[in-house]
Write a protein that binds this ligand. Structure first.
Ligand code: HEC
Ligand code: HEC
Ligand code: HEC
Ligand code: HEC
Length: 336
């Protein structure tokens, strides 16, 4: 039971997307994946009791608002038509990235747009664990209890802010459009512009914890470096296996390759700036190693994942040399 749960809760769309580029002929596979996850989703309404400011920020963002407008607008209808989809707001070939799945009277339904659990993981199994401090208040919690509590939430599928690799992976599930037909026939955006630091610090930002809901704080300088570097590493992890070694043919393949190459250049430059002590060494040698190695997408992905896990949890690594690489703009306006 447990392992089945972890399998289905790991990610809404991993079941369809990790296998490489897909070309979905009908909505059976994404519908089944959504159905498996839906039973474990509680919905943002249940977070609101304790996270009012975060929910308000979500509701002001395109992630939430886009659902009611985007799929049904002219562009949405055109994309759907080219795909042979009559009702995009009901079809899980679209909803798997544009909506949060849930159950209403046992029937699979879209609860709304992208929401808390799209990124932090289906919460049914971890919601009651993550703020359970034992007998007393948070301030009185022992270090051992805190460590056990955190480990239990991770095991139950929570993607925590202090494990950036896992959280960033959620973004890439949707922001790498893996369905070739969607891009080539539907002319749907490829997701190319996505960059973790700038896209997480604009309208998506909801850092209210330190001020108890009062202020939406900007990420610290160190946090910004971590988000940037992990974002590039996860891009490489996801795109390298999709690109493969052949020549890129078609708009979809070309876009994947462009993104892979950009992430490769960024990681190489970061390694140069961080110097010999960097944990990127093995990855960078694989990227620039003997003929054939770079095209081994699986090996690149596994080294990129390792580096992303390391940097995603190391708040004290010296990453200051990366500052010259960090984007200055953010995507959208942060909520108040
Ligand atoms: C009963 C109150 C309560 C509910 C309901 C609740 N949370 Fe929390 N949440 C908290 C508290 C308290 C913290 C701070 C934990 C800490 O500082 O260790 C927190 C922290 C978090 C964190 C940050 C974790 C960390 O340790 O940095 C995330 C992410 C989170 N909650 C997501 C959610 C989501 C998503 C929902 C709804 C599915 C939700 N929470 C529902 C009380 C709640
Ligand atoms: C479940 C799929 C999904 C996940 C997970 C996801 N996104 Fe999105 N994102 C979308 C979709 C779909 C849109 C387009 C707007 C809409 O319809 O909601 C979007 C839009 C955005 C936008 C607005 C873009 C614009 O043009 O203004 C930002 C910023 C963004 N996402 C950042 C992120 C970040 C950062 C993460 C991870 C921390 C993330 N997203 C995770 C699906 C997702
Ligand atoms: C793999 C995830 C994914 C799937 C599947 C998907 N979308 Fe999207 N969609 C996105 C993301 C991410 C964005 C935001 C793109 C960006 O800003 O980079 C988006 C944006 C859009 C937009 C706005 C485009 C714009 O330029 O503002 C429309 C319209 C849209 N999607 C329609 C659809 C329709 C219709 C379907 C189903 C036929 C669909 N999408 C399936 C991820 C997806
Ligand atoms: C698009 C993906 C995404 C969505 C949707 C999302 N989060 Fe987050 N969340 C993140 C990321 C990424 C971070 C870490 C941000 C950072 O470090 O700047 C985070 C951080 C947090 C934190 C810690 C903030 C702090 O002050 O340290 C809490 C609490 C939280 N989220 C709760 C929620 C709740 C509740 C919702 C729904 C109302 C939600 N999140 C929706 C991606 C998301």
């Amino acid at each position: 039971m447990k392992s089945l749960f972890l399998l289905v809760s790991a990610s809404l769309i991993a079941l369809v997307s990790r296998t490489g580029s897909v070309c979905l002929q009908d909505d059976a596979a994404p519908r089944a994946a959504a159905r498996a996850v839906a039973a474990h989703i509680v919905g943002p309404g249940d977070c609101e009791d304790c996270h009012e400011a975060e929910v308000a920020a979500l509701e002001a963002s395109w992630h939430w608002k886009g659902f009611s407008s985007i799929l049904g607008n002219e562009q949405g209808r055109e994309i759907a038509k080219a795909m042979g989809i009559a009702k995009p707001k009901k079809d899980w070939r679209c909803l798997r990235c544009h909506a949060t799945p849930g159950l209403k009277k046992e029937t699979l339904t879209a609860l709304g747009g992208v929401s808390c659990e799209s990124c932090h993981g289906p919460a049914e199994a971890w919601m009651d664990l993550h703020d359970d401090y034992g007998d007393g208040e948070k301030e009185e919690e022992s270090a051992q209890h805190a460590a056990e509590r955190i480990a239990a939430t991770v095991k139950a599928g929570m993607r925590r802010p202090d494990r950036v690799h896992e959280l960033a992976s959620a973004c890439f599930d949707c922001h790498v459009v893996d369905d070739r037909k969607l891009v080539e026939e539907g002319e749907h955006p490829t997701g190319e512009g996505f960059e973790l630091l700038s896209w997480s610090q604009g309208e998506v930002r909801h850092n209210y914890m330190k001020t108890d809901g009062e202020k939406n704080l900007a990420a610290s300088p160190q946090r910004r470096r971590v988000l940037f570097l992990v974002g590039q590493l996860v891009a490489l992890e996801r795109l390298a296996p999709l690109v493969g070694s052949g020549t890129a043919v078609g708009a979809h393949a070309k876009s994947l390759k462009t993104r892979r190459d950009a992430a490769m250049a960024a990681v190489t430059k970061a390694h140069g700036l961080l110097g010999e002590a960097s944990r990127l060494k093995a990855l960078v040698s694989a990227l620039h190693g003997p003929e054939g190695e770079q095209s081994d997408g699986k090996r690149v992905a596994s080294l990129a994942k390792k580096a992303a896990e390391y940097y995603g949890r190391s708040e004290d690594a010296n990453l200051a040399p990366l500052d010259i690489m960090l984007p200055k703009d953010v995507k959208g306006q942060p909520a108040r």
